[in-house]
Write a protein that binds this ligand. Structure first.
Ligand SMILES: Nc1ncnc2c1ncn2[C@@H]1O[C@H](COP(=O)(O)OP(=O)(O)OP(=O)(O)O)[C@@H](O)[C@H]1O
Length: 278
């Protein structure tokens, strides 16, 4: 079996991305403790314990070092997953890591300003979500079949689910009430779970999704931490459900349904150590 075939048959893949040093880290001459070897898919971590240097090497399904661009990660790791969603499978991509390691950068990037340019180009900083949205609509439009695309956007914070796409209410009090109201998580009777009352928005093009993302992201609750001022301590889940109408060679009508879950987890570090406050 070739490496590509092997990768296809594996249901869970773990990729590692290591961001470049920030300006602050460069200024303070922070030591480099992680070395990536993208080609060998290995990461070496250097630790000094009791004056002794200990190197440990970890292997991942893919490794993206500090010079890897948003586009490199997307082309090599995400395109095949989105293709599977378009084939009618359910797939999930989530970013896990300590605060400030680049989860939101990887998932959203310059998403909020991602409205495509004159030739439909995304900015080079655009992350996984805008790129996936673009790939989905580009493919659907090329296929020239009937389709529908629905999105949901929720936040999980302190064990409570909030709908980030809940419609704006006229009264400010009612709006605040609604935004704060947690939604119940229930079993759907088919072995899955559903969030009761979650707003599902039908979208017909990329820019509609981008404005929903912008609206939802603005609602995300954030708490400043000492590790990263922009830090978000909530998990967010952006889901895209696609229904595609197809005809079999026998002329029978088929509906293919695929779902892509895009998750940006809260920082995985110890909350006490990060200095975050309610
Ligand atoms: N690969 C990268 N290239 C350039 N800048 C990056 C990269 N990854 C992250 N950054 C920058 O590092 C900073 C922290 O990244 P980000 O906010 O995405 O972290 P995070 O893991 O989402 O943190 P939190 O858990 O607090 O939300 C941001 O200023 C971001 O622009």
């Amino acid at each position: 079996m070739s490496r590509v075939d092997k990768e296809k048959s594996v249901n869970v893949q773990v990729l590692l991305r290591c961001r470049p040093f920030s300006d602050d880290e460069l200024r303070s001459n922070a030591p480099q403790v992680v070395t990536c070897n993208d080609y060998q898919r290995e990461v070496a971590v250097t630790q000094t314990i009791a004056g002794k240097q200990i190197d440990r090497v970890f292997t991942f399904d893919k490794v993206f070092g500090p010079t890897a661009r948003q586009r490199d990660l997307y082309d090599q790791a995400i395109i095949p997953i989105v293709n599977e969603v378009l084939e009618g499978f359910n797939c999930t991509i989530f970013a896990y890591g300590q605060t400030g390691t680049g989860k939101t950068y990887t998932m959203e990037g310059e998403c909020r300003r991602a409205k495509s340019g004159p030739e439909g180009q995304l900015p080079s900083d655009a992350g996984v979500i805008p790129r996936a949205v673009k790939q989905i609509f580009d493919t659907l439009e090329r296929q020239n079949t009937e389709y529908s695309v629905k999105v949901t956007f929720l936040e999980l914070y302190n064990e409570e689910i909030t709908d980030l796409l809940a419609p704006e209410e006229i009264s400010k009090v009612a709006l605040e009430e609604r935004q704060k109201k947690p939604l119940p998580l229930m079993e759907d009777g088919k072995g899955g779970v559903l969030v009761r009352g979650l707003e599902e928005e039908i979208v017909t093009n990329c820019s509609e999704i981008f404005s929903l993302l912008e609206r939802g992201s603005a609602k995300r609750r954030t708490a400043e931490t000492l590790l990263n001022k922009q830090s978000s301590r909530s998990h967010s889940l952006f889901s895209i459900t696609i229904h595609i109408k197809e005809a079999t060679p026998e002329g029978e009508e088929l509906i293919k349904c695929g779902k892509l879950n895009l998750v940006d987890l809260a920082g995985s570090e110890n909350i006490c150590r990060s200095g975050a406050r309610e």
